[in-house]
Design a protein around this ligand. Sequence first.
Ligand code: C2G
Length: 149
Amino acid sequence: MKRIITYGTFDMLHYGHINLLKRAKSLGDYLVVALSTDEFNWESKSKKTYFSYEKRKQLLESIRYVDLVIPEKSWNQKISDMSLYQIDTFVIGDDWKGQFDFIANETNTEVIYLTRTPEISTTQIKKDLNDKNLVKKNSSVLNSNLIDK
Ligand code: C2G
């Protein structure tokens, strides 16, 4: 059984994330996702996520490509993760190209960088939601119906 791992925040899950997870799983039989904890995001990535770790984990676990979700608590856990989870291949988007070559140098794990899905990102979603008026104003009846109960 070929075991794959990838790492990320996966906040506000979108089709770019799904494309990555789908392609990662297609490289093997079992996909582990190391999901950045809220503390790691804030302390090490200066990211404040919209969804908590538990909610992001729940979403990832509902994806057919994902077999196991583990916490990513530190930049330094990758080498030990490769042996702990008996990983054959490490996969991540090519926005990280070259950053994790050390894994291949220090372990028997293959490192693959997959092309990012263009245009979409959690940052872009947040920006669009702020900039665009996605609900027509001055139609109180419509608005009241549209507002999530
Ligand atoms: N991704 C993608 N296409 C996008 C957006 C994201 O392929 N349009 C990929 C990223 O390249 C990454 C994964 O989806 O492989 C998760 O993206 P993020 O949640 O932004 O993860 P990141 O902040 O890059 O954290 O230790 C590694 C880090 O935890 C990676």
